[in-house]
Design a protein around this ligand. Structure first.
Ligand code: ATP
Length: 327
């Protein structure tokens, strides 16, 4: 199977190199093809998402993506829309050995990925700016169904819809109503709702209320960084963008230019992102082995400075590979 690899900008390139090193130590029937996109591609080719890259992505079921800097909207947001990867799955799961507010958090955020304010419909008239929020019945239905199906598949007990239907009566109202309707098809899974602002408070004060969260695009983007903070930060948070024909796997973090070029970016999020890819395509044993190797590496304190360690990005990857050899 062909996998399109786009390292992108900033730490995207560094964490991708580390994750590729781990992947190449597994016996997988993947052929990796590398392409460019992001701020550097814009400078070089005049296009942040060159046609060649887009065409390659359209021809593949799997895309591994690092990060894009200032051009993120023209690259990853565009890719998600072009490839109709309508569900962004962002797990926030505690890893042993990471000091956090809570000992054990295990939440999956399912974020609608193609609509909302991130559609990019923004306008300017003299001193007035305007953004249009698009929420359609079709997208609400498919993301709600996706969240319940994920809960069913993973044996999870509850789906919580987050919205702000008291203020955005039409757009959030539609999302909430459809989540309620879809929930009736899943009597074994508990369904509840919170306003997005209250949910932020509950996530910090009592994250055990949450199991699977389903929400609209921008709320999902924001709340997944909050959830990442509950389990040790962006250096640890993987994600997958799933559609009918394509899937894009990328860490939750961006290009992080403040630490780029220093070799200190935490590669864990990117490595765990490759595990989401392995699971998606049925390589469960391999995914488990890498996840175990990552957990052991962290438990031994062999981490990058964001987690209080002294290791460099590539050293963490090498530690993971050493442990992988045991499985
Ligand atoms: P985006 O909007 O594209 O997600 P951002 O500008 O919000 O990007 P990120 O790049 O996601 O910012 O990261 C925010 C901060 O978190 C960074 O500035 C960096 O300090 C830290 N960070 C992010 N990813 C990592 C990582 N892999 N390792 C260590 N620190 C990280």
């Amino acid at each position: 199977m062909k996998v399109i690899v786009i390292p992108g900008d900033g730490i995207g390139k560094e964490v991708m190199e580390a994750a590729m090193l781990v992947l190449q130590n597994l016996n997988l029937p993947f052929e990796y093809e590398f392409f460019e996109a992001g701020d550097e591609a814009l400078k070089k080719y005049g296009k942040a998402l060159p046609d060649e890259t887009l065409e390659a992505c359209k021809s593949s079921r799997a895309i591994l993506f690092g990060a894009a800097g200032e051009t993120a909207a023209d690259v990853i947001v565009k890719l998600r829309q072009e490839l109709e990867t309508f569900a962004n799955v962002r797990p926030a799961k505690s890893i042993k050995g990471i000091k956090c507010l809570y000992d054990y958090v295990d939440i999956v955020i399912v974020r609608e990925n193609t609509e909302c304010l991130y559609k990019g419909f923004e306008f300017e008239f003299d001193d007035v700016t305007q953004a249009i929020r698009i929420i359609t019945k079709k997208s609400c239905e498919r993301i709600a169904r996706f969240a319940f199906e994920l809960a069913k598949r993973e044996g999870r007990k509850r789906v919580t819809a987050l919205h702000k239907a008291n203020v955005m009566k039409k757009t959030c109202g539609l999302f909430r109503d459809i989540c309620r309707t879809v929930s009736r098809n899943y009597p074994d899974i508990e369904y509840n709702e919170y306003y997005i602002d209250a949910a932020c408070m509950y996530l910090v004060m009592d994250p055990y209320r949450f199991d699977v969260i389903v929400t609209t695009n921008m709320f999902g983007d924001i709340i997944s960084d909050l959830a990442a903070g509950l389990v040790g930060g962006l250096g640890l948070s993987p994600s997958a963008n799933i559609g009918e024909k394509h899937a894009i796997f990328e860490p939750v973090h961006g290009a992080a230019f403040d630490i780029a070029g220093k070799g200190i970016a935490n590669p864990t999020a990117m490595i765990l992102t490759t595990c989401m890819m392995l699971r998606h395509f049925g390589y469960i044993e391999e995914a488990r082995a890498v996840e175990k190797a990552v957990e052991e590496t962290i438990a031994e304190g062999k981490t990058t400075p964001d987690l209080g360690g002294k290791l460099k990005t590539m050293d963490v990857a090498k530690e993971v590979i050493k442990k992988l050899k045991k499985y």
